[in-house]
Structures are given as structure tokens and as C-alpha cells.
Design a protein around this ligand. Structure first.
Ligand code: PLP
Length: 391
């Protein structure tokens, strides 16, 4: 079923106010998500925070079922945390590494992940190595295969980078990792909510994502998937009385499920609302969302290419809803401000968020216009007309 765009827009209060092309930053929340969050805040105010939590247990638990359904995983493989970075960290810092071990990754790596690689390689004497990309800009699968040996202790892939339309061949990488018996950590922060994710197909042992981007949930929630039989390969880098039970004065026991990566205190309203957001995405169908996002982004790229002095910089054989470009005439940050003054939201991708890729391709600051299924051809027209005026 194709997306009923008119209904999607009616159900999204922000659509009446802005042309929102910052879905890779934080997408607009649907009304139902906003309502779920407000309802729980009201419950907290009326009943008390703990009592409200007791009254909303089912809604909180539903969030785990929703994420499990999104990923085709089991609910006990899901942890809910503050953001995608902490989700990824809880897996990465929990993986044992020693001197001489190798981590393989790609130039599309997100800064926070790469900073963590650098910190841990300094601590442990392990090395991080960047696998070459092919002519389309995606990870080169032959180069990856050739780089494997028994010192490789992790393959860490960014599925969709923060700075462009590239979609890395995550399932093919998963197959290579599985064949070689190497742990595979997938950063699905920008892919979750815009394209189908099935952890079985992807072959991911660990996968991280966030609420506020293409999943359209509230800010301040992220999720981690860890495959059941991989759970005990990780030693959670931090524990509390929710992640573990203090069983004797000198002993504790880890929880049996992925919630060992969580903490006890949390924003319950945001968690509930996140569950509603994931169910909302599933009610449209991720396939239907992907079938709309991809051509919409292609339309935007084609329009941008017709504008003189505008350079589209997206890589990839398969491209997603993130569109990036720069112009000869005006800096990205200035463009962003000028567009915002006209109620058009875009963001700026600076080299600091993806340093390896930015240096490799000598990228300046890029304007990032990321589309979602509720965006329209009219809005794209509006954006391109405004851009043409400014440049
Ligand atoms: C945004 C982003 C992250 C970090 O997500 P947070 O929820 O902000 O922690 C990680 N990886 C990629 C590719 C991102 O775009």
C-alpha cells in the first residue's frame, strides 16, 4: 500500500508550520507520539512518578515489542537507553580487545564511534583499520574479505552515514562476518525508520539506533539490539542495580536479557512515546516508507543538479533519504539560516562528524536536506525555488 501522504501530514502537527528537511537530525513527531508523551507526564503529575510508571507498565513493555518487531528480533534482545551513541558504546566498550587485535571499519564512520575506537585502541593496543571503498563509495567487499585474519575482533559498519545518501551493503558485510566468525556491530542510526531492517538478514550481532531521527520518536531515547547467543560475549562497561542484582556482599548477577545494558532511572514518558512511534512506523509499513523516501530523495537530487553552482555529493549504489550538497556562492551555514527564515528546515553536515570521508573527498560543510515520507513534491519545489533565490 502506498503512503497516504495527506493523512500522514494531517497526523503531523509540524507539517502545518515548516517544510521539514531535517529528518536525519530529528524528524517531526506524529500527534499520537506527542499525545503518549503528554499523557504520561500528566500521569506523573497526578499520581507521582513511580506510581505513574506502575500504571503504565504495559505501555513501556510495548516499546520493547515494537523495536523487536521493527528489527525482526526477540524482545529480550532489546535494550532501551538514552541515545544511539550510548547504545553503540555499551556494545563496543563491552567487547574484549587486547594488544594487536584489529577493528575493521569504513570512512563513513560517525565521529562518536571513531573517537571511541581511538580511545580504546590507546587503552588496549588494538588497532583500527579503515577498509577501502569501491567506486560507488560503499565498503569494498573484496577489500574486507582480504583484510580478515584471526586478529580481527570486530567489524563495525555505519549502515547509512550522517553526511549523505549512501547505503552500505550491510547484509553482505554480515555474511562475510558470519562466515569468518567475527563479531559484527552495525550502526543503524540513520537507516532505522527509513528502510527495512532484519537482524537475521543483516547478520548483525549488535545493532544500535535512535528514536528521534527517521523513527519520528521523541528525543533522548536510543536502542541496542544484541543477539541472544552473543550476549555473554560482552561485559557491560557499566552496571547498576537494574542491569545486575546484588546477590551477596561480594557478588552480583547480570540480568539474563539485553536490559543489562540499561540503567534503572529513565525518562518513562519518552520510552512510551518511542514505542508508539515505532508502532506508528510499522503501521505504515517500512517497505512503504522506503518506497516513498527513495524516489522523493532522487527527485530532490535531480532538481538540485539543474541549479547552477549547486553540487550534490551523495555516494552509493543505493541511495536513501539523505541528500547533501554545497553551492559555489553561499556557505552551508548561511544557507541553512536563510532557509530557516523562510520556515524551511535543513541541517549542516560538517567534516567533524565524518572526518575520514570529508578529508578523503575534500568535502566542505554540506547542506543536508533529508526527506521523509510526509514530505511532498511541492515542498521540494519550494526548497529548490528558495535555494535558487539565495544562490
Ligand atoms: C546521529 C547518529 C548517531 C548518534 O545518534 P545519537 O542518538 O545522537 O547518539 C550515530 N551514528 C550515526 C550514523 C548518526 O547519524
Amino acid at each position: 500500500m502506498p503512503i497516504d501522504v495527506a493523512r500522514a501530514r494531517r497526523e503531523t502537527p509540524g507539517c502545518a508550520h515548516v517544510a521539514h528537511f531535517n529528518n536525519a537530525g530529528a524528524a517531526l513527531m506524529p500527534q499520537s507520539v506527542l499525545d503518549a508523551m503528554r499523557d504520561h507526564l500528566d500521569r506523573e503529575a497526578r499520581l507521582g512518578g513511580y506510581e505513574a510508571h506502575d500504571a503504565a507498565r504495559d505501555a513501556v513493555e510495548q516499546a520493547y515489542d515494537a523495536v523487536a518487531a521493527l528489527l525482526h528480533a526477540h524482545r529480550d534482545e532489546i535494550a532501551l537507553v538514552e541515545n544511539a551513541t550510548r547504545a553503540w558504546d555499551m556494545a563496543f566498550y563491552g567487547l574484549p580487545l587486547t594488544e594487536g587485535d584489529r577493528i575493521l571499519t569504513t570512512p563513513a564512520s560517525y565521529a562518536s564511534n571513531y573517537i571511541a575506537f581511538l580511545q580504546r585502541t590507546r587503552r588496549t593496543g588494538a588497532r583500527v583499520e579503515v577498509v577501502a571503498t569501491d567506486e560507488a563509495g560503499q565498503i569494498d567487499l573484496d577489500a574486507l574479505r582480504n583484510a580478515l585474519d584471526d586478529r580481527v575482533k570486530l567489524i563495525a559498519l555505519t549502515h547509512v552515514p550522517t553526511n549523505g545518501g549512501l547505503v552500505n551493503p550491510a547484509a553482505a558485510v554480515g555474511q562475510i562476518a558470519r562466515d569468518a566468525g567475527i563479531p559484527y556491530l552495525l550502526d543503524a542510526c540513520q537507516s532505522a525508520g527509513q528502510l527495512p531492517l532484519d537482524v537475521g538478514v543483516l547478520g548483525a550481532d549488535m545493532l544500535s539506533g535512535t528514536s528521534r531521527k527517521f523513527l519520528r520518536g521523541p528525543r533522548g531515547v536510543g536502542f541496542l539490539y544484541v543477539r541472544r547467543d552473543f550476549l555473554d560475549r560482552l561485559d557491560p562497561p557499566l552496571l547498576d542495580l537494574h542491569a545486575a542484582t546484588w546477590t551477596a556482599p561480594d557478588q552480583y548477577e547480570l540480568r539474563p536479557d539485553a536490559r543489562r545494558f540499561e540503567t534503572w532511572e529513565t525518562n518513562v514518558a519518552a520510552r512510551i512515546a518511542f514505542g508508539v512511534a515505532v508502532d506508528y512506523a510499522l503501521s505504515w509499513g517500512i517497505d512503504a516508507i522506503w518506497a516513498r523516501v527513495q524516489p522523493l530523495a532522487e527527485t530532490l537530487r535531480e532538481r538540485l543538479r539543474t541549479l547552477p553552482g549547486v553540487h550534490v555529493r551523495d555516494l552509493g549504489r543505493i541511495r536513501c533519504g539523505i541528500v547533501t550538497f554545497h553551492t559555489d556562492a553561499v556557505e552551508a551555514a548561511v544557507l541553512q539560516q536563510r532557509l530557516r527564515a523562510g520556515d524551511i528546515n535543513v541541517s549542516v553536515a560538517t567534516p567533524r562528524s565524518t572526518l575520514l570521508d570529508a578529508e578523503g573527498r575534500q568535502l566542505p560543510d554540506l547542506v543536508r536536506a533529508s526527506v521523509h515520507y510526509y514530505n511532498t513534491e511541492d515542498e521540494i519545489d519550494h526548497l529548490c525555488t528558495a535555494l535558487a533565490d539565495i544562490v
